[in-house]
Design a protein. Structure first.
Length: 554
């Protein structure tokens, strides 16, 4: 089947990436508004620490059921089912997959949610044994545990829709999720305190399902013949013979589900380790770490949106045996994602105090909280490239729809590094030591995953990828220094950010241009000629005007 190309056009990918980017930005902005609401009403103290311990449950559920775990199993499974449907399978493989997997998912997630609710005191005791008063965290955990069921349904809908190349509803889920939390905080905080945020988490999970359900229903109830190519339709009408569908393996095995869930669980355990270590520090440490991560992760989320859009493309290419097309797509994704996240990293490090002050310093969030959070964010940002590479590479490992234990093993090595370094540095540098351990651990995982790329997943050219990534790393280092120096000269945070951030962007682009980075080629081909033309036009116009003035004077 390598001859048949089902890859969508570049125009479709560009539109899908643009829509996903806009909705991702909207969700990220609302996420910052959510964090601003928490900071305004509850500051960075015992109440927010208690809620953030309970928020570990939805964060873990997001990783397992929406972003990493379930998506890595379901997107390749649905892609393979769609490929078999196109071959002319007698029974619709897509509906067969849904009938076999969705009821089990609903039963399993509902059971886990009930277990977490029943064992909420034990969960809080394990996650944060150093909390002085765990009762508030237990109350919040009872509410946030419901998201295991709703996030499971939301993740299932997202994976199925992305495999069908429907990206709008899946990209909008965090918009509605954050709207639910923000609304609950503003409406219910005066009466229920920080418990209102936990109520918002529960409501937001329901909204994530509702926004996707109609679109998925339309996809599952449409005529399967609409996805069969014309040559198959001719065979069915007697004009040409239809080739017999080739037998295929099971669309989704238990081993595959086990490996992707184990990887996602190992990855999210970084957060568990951080909060476990921070619970023994003075009050507010967990909150400072959380606010720093939420802001610093925005560049990572935006950089990985491209990989989210192209995951079905890679999975479909591998299902059709087109390894070369899959490799080319993955290498381009790594270069673009790395370039985007390094630019964001430079801005975050250079303008950290100004960003935190503008976003959070009001109400119960003090100048001292700003200083502590900015210091943590600068250290945490050192691991953003590692986080992005891990997110992009692991999609390649699981896009073939086969179980592989290498990603969980790589993540386990990173977790061991995080725990070991964190246990040592937390006594030396407090919460900044925890952030440093996070950056070091995820970088170890990224290196191991790069080393393991080979014929059993997508055989990318690792040396070429690393050589290209070295160029934006150098650009980010230069841009960070320039932006930091300029921002520190200005007293006003808004003016400092307005000066520092553009300086970072300009220096980053100039260094990439000088190094002839491939990721800068689209800008070199499109933006640079326009800029050059505009400058030339402006110079010509000024010269003509000066000539006319001299002639008039004479």
């Amino acid at each position: 089947m390598p001859g048949r190309s089902s890859d969508p056009s570049n125009g479709f990918l560009a539109k899908a990436a643009l829509v996903t980017a806009l909705l991702t930005v909207a969700g990220s902005v609302l996420g910052l508004v959510r964090d601003q609401a928490l900071a305004r009403f509850f500051g960075a103290g015992p109440e927010t620490d208690a809620f953030l311990v309970a928020w570990t449950v939805p964060e873990l559920a997001t990783t397992l059921l929406i972003e990493d775990g379930l998506a890595f199993a379901l997107v390749p499974a649905f892609s393979m089912a769609l490929a078999r449907r196109a071959e002319g399978a007698v029974r619709d493989p897509v509906r067969t997959l849904v009938a076999a997997s969705l009821p089990r998912l609903m039963l399993g997630t509902a059971a886990v949610a009930l277990i977490l609710m029943a064992g909420a005191p034990m969960v809080v005791g394990v996650l944060a044994p150093g909390l002085p008063d765990p009762r508030l965290a237990v109350d919040c955990t009872l509410l946030t545990a419901t998201c295991v069921f709703t996030f499971g349904l939301a993740g299932y809908c997202s994976a199925a829709l992305r495999a069908h190349r429907r990206f709008v509803a899946p990209a909008a889920i965090y918009v509605f999720y954050n709207i639910g939390i923000i609304t609950a905080v503003f409406v219910l905080a005066p009466r229920y305190g920080v418990r209102s945020a936990a109520i918002g988490v529960a409501a937001g999970g329901v909204l994530m399902v509702l926004v996707q359900a109609p679109s998925l229903w339309r996809q599952l109830t449409r005529d399967p013949a609409a996805d069969v190519p014309r040559d198959a339709e001719k065979g069915a009408s007697g004009l040409a013979p239809t080739p017999a569908p080739t037998p295929a393996p099971a669309l989704m095995s238990s081993a595959l589900i086990a490996t992707v869930l184990l990887f996602a669980l190992c990855r999210q355990s970084q957060v568990l380790i951080e909060r476990f270590l921070a619970s023994s520090l003075p009050s507010g440490a967990i909150s400072h770490l959380n606010y720093a991560q939420k802001v610093a992760q925005v560049p990572m989320v935006l950089s990985l949106m491209l990989c989210t859009v192209t995951l079905p493309v890679v999975a479909r290419a591998l299902a059709e045996g087109d390894v070369k097309r899959a490799r080319s797509r993955v290498e381009r994704d790594l270069g673009l994602a790395g370039c985007m996240v390094l630019l964001g990293t430079a801005v975050v490090i250079a303008c950290a105090p100004q960003l935190i002050q503008l976003l959070f310093q009001r109400g119960a969030f003090t100048a001292r909280d700003t200083e502590a959070t900015a210091a943590v964010m600068r250290v945490y940002a050192l691991g953003l490239l590692g986080h992005t590479l891990v997110g992009a590479l692991v999609r390649s490992y699981f896009s073939a729809g086969r179980p592989t234990w290498f990603p969980p093993a790589a993540m386990a090595a990173g977790i061991a590094a995080t725990a070991g370094i964190g246990s040592w540095t937390v006594d030396l540098w407090g919460v900044r030591g925890i952030a440093l351990a996070n950056a070091a651990g995820i970088s170890v995982t990224a290196c191991v995953l790069l080393r393991g790329m080979g014929p059993r997943n997508v055989p990318i050219r690792v040396r070429e990828v690393l050589g290209e990534l070295a160029k934006p790393v150098a650009a980010a280092a230069c841009a960070t220094g320039a932006g930091w120096a300029l921002a520190s000269l200005v007293g006003s945070p808004l003016v400092a950010l307005a000066v520092g951030a553009p300086a970072v962007v300009v220096v980053f682009g100039l260094v990439l241009w000088a190094l002839k980075a491939r990721s800068f080629e689209p800008v070199r081909r499109t933006v640079m000629p326009k800029v050059s033309s505009a400058v030339t036009s402006a110079v010509t116009s000024a010269a003509s005007s000066a000539t006319r003035k001299r002639t008039h004077v004479r």
